[in-house]
Design a protein around this ligand. Structure first.
Ligand code: PLP
Length: 368
């Protein structure tokens, strides 16, 4: 049995004609930059999330970068975030000369541990970037409350959680600014790089709109130092098709994830593995279905020998990255991140995983 880690092929096959039509119409119009499909996508994303302003942009990384630029992050400013995320979350802070300040993660959700947040706030703290990891939102209410007390902005790194709900509201629309990614393997993926920024703040929206076209206020008038952060019309056209099927895929992902959790229960009960825990006031879009085991390398070798692909998100915490060695952080400060980064691994997950494939994976894990 051939099981892809994420089945992008099946998804493409399903809506192939519609996607080809959308691509062809961009080619015929030659409006490759800022064609009408971009504004159309922004409108759909605003309707889906309820956010007042949505800006389609070049990637999730650029979305985060633009958000921090809009907040006027300056060298010496501090931004609090999770050490257990994709590198981009900390990278954008450093690109602007800021200092990432890490808070250890919660041992159950692997999101930023809100209990430890307040002690990291200083007079230089400019923003907090909680990461809604694997598709489950961080504790946004608690984080917003603490940030509000100190007048600090909150940027949700929702690169993995587009489509997730938190207390009835959509991820990306839960704080000052939300940022997501449409990288092909994300829950809603395009066929290249893409991202989006969400906010209800008129001024921030206007500034980010300008920053993503070289800080332009009008043609060839530059108010800010910005970037080339536009989304390609082709990617917007592809997303306009895919977003129609996305709500059904979210339901399917949820059904498949719950089936994993149910099927793997015996291995959890005998303490051989730990499966994801989603808090009762929120949903996950399961960007990854990640489990924990004590002997990860042997476990991965076993699954791979049975033709089951795996991935590790993420094996190296931020403070252990060579590029951040200048921060001189002692890993002992982050015991939970240390343990989870040694034990975590992700198994195949997509809305197109078949019951046969899933049963085979579950049985293979149970019979180890
Ligand atoms: C994927 C990802 C990003 C970066 O998004 P790109 O579109 O690849 O630039 C940022 N943060 C997290 C948590 C991610 O998973």
């Amino acid at each position: 049995m051939q099981i892809p880690f994420i089945d992008l092929k099946q998804q493409y096959e399903q809506n192939k004609e519609e996607i080809h039509q959308a691509i062809t119409s961009v080619l015929e119009s030659t409006a490759f930059i800022m064609g009408p499909q971009v504004a159309q996508l922004e409108k759909s994303l605003a309707e889906y999330t309820g956010a007042k302003h949505v800006l389609a942009c070049s990637s999730g990384t650029d979305a985060l970068l633009l958000a921090l630029m809009a907040l006027d992050l300056k060298p010496g400013d501090e931004v609090i975030t999770s050490p257990f995320s994709f590198f981009a979350t900390a990278e954008v802070i450093c690109l602007l000369g800021g200092t990432p300040v890490f808070v250890d993660i919660d041992p159950v959700t692997y999101n930023l541990d809100t209990e430890r947040l307040q002690e990291k706030i200083t007079a230089r703290t400019k923003a907090i970037i909680p990461v809604s990891l694997y598709g489950q939102c961080a504790d946004m209410d608690e984080i917003n409350e603490i940030a509000g007390k100190y007048n600090i902005a909150v940027i949700e790194d929702a690169a993995q959680s587009f489509g997730a709900e938190y207390k009835g509201n959509k991820s990306c629309n839960l704080s000052t600014i939300g940022c997501t990614s449409f990288f092909p393997s994300k829950p809603l993926g395009c066929y290249g790089d893409g991202g989006a920024i969400f906010t209800n703040d008129d001024q921030l929206a206007q500034k980010m709109r300008s920053l993503l076209v070289h800080g332009q206020s009008a043609r060839y008038q530059h108010r800010y130092i910005g970037i080339n952060g536009r989304m390609d019309t082709l990617q917007a056209a592809i997303l306009n098709v895919k977003i129609k099927y996305f709500p059904d895929e979210v339901l399917e992902r949820d059904r498949i994830a719950k089936r994993y959790t149910e099927g793997l229960r015996p291995a959890v009960d005998s303490e051989r593995i730990v499966t994801p825990v989603i808090k009762s006031d929120r949903t996950s879009v399961y960007a990854q279905y990640s489990i924990r085991v004590k002997d990860r390398e042997a476990f991965i070798a076993y699954l791979n020998s049975k033709q089951i692909p795996t991935a590790v998100h993420y094996p190296v915490p931020m403070y252990r990255q060579e590029a951040l060695s200048c921060l001189q952080i002692d890993p002992k400060e982050y015991p939970v991140t240390e343990q989870v980064s040694r034990e975590i691994l992700s198994i195949p997950m997509s809305a197109f995983l078949t019951e046969d494939q899933q049963d085979y994976i579950i049985e293979t894990i149970l019979s180890r």
